[in-house]
Design a protein around this ligand. Structure first.
Ligand code: AMP
Ligand code: MG
Length: 361
């Protein structure tokens, strides 16, 4: 594909009125079939008018994304979501009212003709989300179109959590990037599908809205996710989960067990790798705030304090990108508990590790 100019708009530290002005070009571009990356509270998205097939096809081309992996459509109101769906059930409506704007994507039966068939990859459903980011909401509202937006990375790279990651992957491939600072959550949204017969909420992909939060709000969460079905070779409900996700250039292994045993094991592996001339990295947690990380490795990425899954989620993708940038050949990551946001964190980490997991006694 031929190189194009990528406009960059910095919208950090500006008031509402200036934000509107600074988004006017970007929103026109979206309306006219352009590709614009923008910040959301999960990760940066690569947006296009969801109704415009040509624009949506450019998303797949810019990312190098398989065309049978459907896109999430971003809206600025519940009404705009309703306009995309053939119908909205009672549980789905309650989910939107409770968690929107926020990192929750709801899969709904698609209203015929509401979005390009390239968005849904030919499915009879559409995944919709209203992001909780001032810039994203303003941009979508100003564009006045539903915005299809996968993560703004080249397919196979970690999702971008700052505008610089988007530039690294997509500069000269897309029309613009709205720089709104660092993404808040750092991991992609939770994708859910409601069973219209039982009202149970099935988590197709864990994310920023945790199963605990769904239960605490009174929703019944189905025990097994479609992720499990896909992993077992069954028909995936959420087509995207079948793709191998980002794997760093180096070999990544997750190490799980008691903290001291994990540290000893990782250091022994790092030493053995280093003895063979391999560059090593560790993704590690501090025991207490500010505590030094004890590893001797070429690179140690601090993911925050152990037990703080929120901080870990914010830092994960940048840490993986850092490992690639430093030419790291062997990466070891300390595992964390799968409670709360820890589930989404471990889901992404384990996908990046491609199944390499060491359990130390
Ligand atoms: P991404 O845009 O890369 O964050 O991935 C979008 C995720 O949403 C993928 O896991 C898709 O499989 C999922 N998704 C998008 N549309 C649908 C849909 N209609 N039904 C089920 N899952 C969907
Ligand atoms: Mg993605």
């Amino acid at each position: 594909m031929s190189a194009i100019r990528t406009y960059i708009w910095d919208v950090t530290n500006i008031d509402k009125q200036s934000l509107r002005e600074r988004l006017s070009e970007a929103s026109s571009m979206l309306r006219e079939g352009g590709l614009v990356a923008f910040p959301t509270e999960t990760v940066y998205g690569l947006g296009a008018d969801a109704r415009n097939t040509g624009a949506v096809e450019r998303i797949f081309a810019a990312k190098g994304r398989p065309s049978d992996n459907p896109l999430i459509v971003h809206v600025a109101s519940i009404e705009a979501a309703e306009a995309l769906a053939a119908s909205v059930g009672e549980t789905e409506r309650r989910l939107m009212e409770r968690f929107w704007p926020g990192p929750l994507t709801v899969v709904l039966p698609v209203r015929p003709g509401a979005v390009s068939p390239r968005v849904t990859a030919g499915l009879d459903s559409v995944a919709v989300r209203m992001p909780a980011h001032e810039v994203a909401l303003a941009l979508i509202a100003q564009a006045g179109v539903p915005v299809a937006a996968p993560s703004a990375n080249r397919s196979g790279r970690p999702s971008p959590t700052v505008a610089a990651h988007v530039r690294d992957d997509l500069e000269r491939r897309i029309d613009g990037i709205v720089d709104g600072g660092a993404a808040d959550v750092g991991l992609e949204s939770t994708v859910v599908l409601v069973d219209r017969d039982t009202g149970a909420v099935r988590v197709l992909r864990p994310g920023g809205v945790t199963a605990e939060a769904l239960r605490a709000a009174g929703f019944v969460v189905a025990a097994d996710g479609a992720t499990a079905a896909a992993d077992a070779g069954g028909a995936p409900r959420s087509p995207g989960v079948k793709y191998t996700h980002y794997a760093p250039k180096g070999r990544l292994c997750v190490v799980e067990g008691a903290a001291d045993a994990v540290r000893a094991h990782i250091q022994a592996r790092v030493d053995a790798d280093a003895a063979q001339g391999l560059r090593t990295a560790v993704l590690a947690f501090a025991q207490t705030p500010g505590a030094a990380l004890p590893y001797r490795a070429d690179y140690t990425a601090a993911l925050g304090v152990r037990g703080d899954a929120t901080a870990a989620a914010q830092k994960l993708y940048a840490a993986l990108r850092d490992c690639d940038a430093r030419g790291i050949a062997r990466i070891y990551a300390e595992a964390i508990d799968v409670s709360g946001l820890g589930l989404a964190f471990m889901n992404r980490l384990e996908k990046a590790a491609g199944g390499c997991k060491i359990i130390v006694p």
